[in-house]
Design a protein around this ligand. Sequence first.
Ligand SMILES: *[C@@H]1O[C@H](CO)[C@@H](O)[C@H](O)[C@H]1NC(C)=O
Ligand SMILES: *[C@@H]1O[C@H](CO)[C@@H](O)[C@H](O)[C@H]1NC(C)=O
Ligand SMILES: *[C@@H]1O[C@H](CO)[C@@H](O)[C@H](O)[C@H]1NC(C)=O
Ligand SMILES: *[C@@H]1O[C@H](CO)[C@@H](O)[C@H](O)[C@H]1NC(C)=O
Length: 286
Amino acid sequence: MEQLFKCSALLVILGMVLDLAMSASFSELFEPNWAPDHILNEGNLTRLSLDTNSGCGFQSKSTYLFGKVNAEIKLIEGDSAGTVTAFYMRSEGFNHDELDFEFLGNVSGEPYLIQTNVYTNGTGDREQRHTLWFDPTADFHTYAVSWTRYSIVFLVDEIPIRVYANKEEEGVLFPKSQAMGIYGSVWNADDWATQGGRVKTNWSDGPFVSWFRSFGVDACELKPDDEDNMLVQCRESDQFWWNKPAMGGLSRHKTHQLKWVRAKHLVYDYCKDTTRFAQLPKECVN
Ligand SMILES: *[C@@H]1O[C@H](CO)[C@@H](O)[C@H](O)[C@H]1NC(C)=O
Ligand SMILES: *[C@@H]1O[C@H](CO)[C@@H](O)[C@H](O)[C@H]1NC(C)=O
Ligand SMILES: *[C@@H]1O[C@H](CO)[C@@H](O)[C@H](O)[C@H]1NC(C)=O
Ligand SMILES: *[C@@H]1O[C@H](CO)[C@@H](O)[C@H](O)[C@H]1NC(C)=O
């Protein structure tokens, strides 16, 4: 009994150590790429602010191909109408790939929307929008993207809210040949973000502040001196968890969670938007 206790205590401690190893500090992973004076690191918190002068943003020092990326985020409190806070991955260049979380602000007391999108070869237009089952301005929650050759899964507190499956065999492009950087930002988007752009940013309620912390990057990092070789490794080597066949589907539990999210919290799905698409995109057809 005592042995068992010692053993599980050890596991808990080990778990904590691993957890710490997984969540890196801002400056290890990132650097500001827009308005550095609007980004402040206070202990383990990173503060991004938007005011009449500017929004701001950061990007990772490295790029990655496949893996899991997450951050804890606490969104702008009170009146956040017109603002967007973003956490996303993106490759460089014109025909870029991109995986987005965008948090669309709202007037006080009205719900944020979380918009996700997937770009392949420079084209997005794959938006989904969800409400959340909690107030994302009251506390930190974990937002994650899991990107493998099988699928891209967007997760909120480990609950999958969206799966973009690899349907290359059906002729749909899937991001897997361009490494992506990790980005975060806060900016003014009052031409479209809140209630279709009808509600504008009320600048006298600024500055608008979102908080980030506990970044986790368990992904295949491309080293500048060995990029081409590494790209192939990341994509093909069986030694990496993201290439294991077990990553090919959601567990039963996660499948149930996704169903629940779609039933209760999905408010827009491009795959259902026949007004916008005379013919629905290929990946929408099961
Ligand atoms: C951040 O730092 C505070 C104060 O040092 C500490 O109480 C808290 O547990 C830390 N949180 C995380 C997520 O690291
Ligand atoms: C990507 O887009 C470019 C045009 O911007 C096109 O020429 C190219 O064929 C596309 N690639 C694929 C794989 O579809
Ligand atoms: C803001 O609140 C309105 C009213 O509840 C709602 O229709 C809308 O979806 C909410 N979110 C955004 C981003 O407009
Ligand atoms: C903007 O915010 C200020 C301060 O909170 C408030 O007095 C004013 O009524 C708001 N304006 C609009 C158009 O809501």
